[in-house]
Design a protein around this ligand. Structure first.
Ligand code: TYM
Length: 325
C-alpha cells in the first residue's frame, strides 16, 4: 500500500481553509493508503508561542483530526515532538540543504518580512518538514497550495541525498486539490484565509453557527450583483462559491446555475447552511472527545507506531552519511 504523510501546525485556531484544502482529503485517503498524520508541534515553535496555550492547542488539534474522521485503527496519528526521529533527521537534512534554496521559500520571506528578529528555526523549517515526510518513505503528501513549494524542496533534498549517499529516501509527490487549494479570507478575498488573519476573515472550525452566519454575511463581495465564478474580477463571490460547493458537494457550475438571477444574499444564505452542515457534526464529536482521556492514549500509541516506522530510515540515513550507528 502506498504511504501518505501530512501534518498541521497547532499554532492557533484551525480554519475552514485547513479543512477544505487539506484535512478532509486526509480523511478520504485513509481508504486507499497507509496514512501518517501528525500534529507538528515542533513547527509551531518557529514563532513565539505561549507554552500552556501551545500544549492545549496540540491536544485540541488531535481531537479535531479524530472528530473529522481520522481513524486511529487505520491511520497513525501522533504528536511530532513525541517522535525524536523528526528532530534528528532534520539535523542531517539541514546539513545537506543550502542557505540559497531555503532563502527562496515564499513562506519564510512572508513571515520574516518586517520582523525585527527572526528565529533560526523559521529559516530551517523546510528541512524539518522534509524530515517529516522522508522518514516514512512517503509516496504522497496532501497539502494546500501554500505548502507545495516546501514539498518540492523536499523532493530536491531527497534526490540530492540519494545521489550523494546512495538510495535512502523515496521521492514524494505533493497532491494539491483541484478546487479549494487556496481558500481566501472573507474580509480580504485576495489574501489566503489563515489562522492568524483578522477575526472576520477566517471561519474557524470551532466557530458557533451564529458566528459563521455573521462572518459570511459580512463577507466582502462586489457591486455587480451577477452570480458568476471569476476569481480575478470577483474574488469574494468566487471564494464563497468554492466554499459552498465543497461543503454541499455540488460543482461551482451547478451553483452558478442555481443562483442565476438571484442576489448575493441568496448565495450567502446557501453558503452558511452548507458550512454549518459540515462543521456542526465535527464540533459535536470534538466536544465529546475533549471530555475524555481517549486522545492521550491514542497519541501515545501513535507515537510508538510512528517511531517504529521511522527508525529504519533514520538509521539508514545516519549510516549513509558516515555516522557510527
Ligand atoms: P499549516 O498548519 O499552515 O496548514 C495545514 C494544511 O492546511 C492547508 N491550508 C490551506 N488550504 C487551502 N486554503 C487555505 N487558506 C489554507 N490554509 C492552510 C495547508 O496547505 C496545509 O496543507 N508546514 C505545514 C505543516 C507541515 C507539513 C509537514 C505538511 C509540517 N510538516 C509535512 C505536510 C507534510 C504547515 O504549516 O501547514
Amino acid at each position: 500500500m502506498k504511504r501518505v504523510f501530512s501534518g498541521v501546525k497547532p499554532s492557533g485556531n484551525l480554519t475552514l481553509g485547513n479543512y477544505l484544502g487539506a484535512m478532509r482529503h486526509f480523511v478520504a485517503m485513509q481508504a486507499d493508503y497507509e496514512c501518517f498524520y501528525s500534529v507538528v508541534d515542533l513547527h509551531a515553535l518557529t514563532v513565539p508561542q505561549d507554552p500552556e496555550a501551545l500544549r492545549q492547542q496540540a491536544i485540541s488539534l488531535a481531537a479535531l483530526y479524530l472528530a473529522m474522521g481520522i481513524d486511529p485503527e487505520r491511520s497513525t496519528l501522533f504528536m511530532q515532538s513525541q517522535v525524536p526521529a523528526h528532530a534528528e533527521l532534520s539535523w542531517l537534512l539541514q546539513c545537506t540543504s543550502y542557505m540559497g534554496e531555503l532563502s527562496r521559500m515564499t513562506q519564510y520571506k512572508e513571515k520574516a518580512e518586517g520582523q525585527e528578529s527572526v528565529t533560526v528555526g523559521l529559516f530551517t523549517y523546510p528541512a524539518l518538514m522534509a524530515a517529516d515526510i522522508l522518514l516514512y518513505q512517503t509516496d504522497i503528501v496532501p497539502v494546500g497550495e501554500d505548502q507545495k513549494q516546501h514539498v518540492e524542496l523536499t523532493r530536491d533534498i531527497a534526490v540530492r541525498f540519494n545521489n550523494r549517499f546512495g538510495e535512502t529516501f523515496r521521492v514524494p509527490e505533493p497532491v494539491i486539490p483541484r478546487v479549494g487549494a487556496r481558500i481566501m479570507s472573507l474580509s480580504e478575498p485576495t489574501k489566503k484565509m489563515s489562522k492568524s488573519s483578522d477575526s472576520f476573515g477566517d471561519i474557524r472550525l470551532l466557530d458557533e453557527p451564529s458566528v459563521i452566519k455573521k462572518k459570511i454575511n459580512r463577507a466582502v463581495t462586489d457591486s455587480e450583483a451577477v452570480v458568476r465564478y471569476d476569481p480575478v474580477a470577483k474574488p469574494g463571490l468566487s471564494n464563497l462559491l468554492v466554499i459552498h460547493a465543497l461543503c454541499s458537494g455540488e460543482s461551482v457550475a451547478a451553483l452558478e446555475e442555481r443562483y442565476a438571477g438571484q442576489g448575493y444574499g441568496a448565495v450567502k444564505k446557501g453558503t452558511i447552511e452548507a458550512v454549518v452542515s459540515v462543521l456542526e457534526p465535527i464540533q459535536v464529536r470534538y466536544r465529546e472527545l475533549m471530555a475524555t482521556d481517549e486522545i492521550l492514549d491514542i497519541l501515545t500509541a501513535g507515537a510508538i507506531k510512528a517511531q517504529e516506522a521511522a527508525a529504519p530510515t533514520l538509521r539508514q540515513a545516519k549510516q549513509a552519511m558516515g555516522l557510527n550507528v
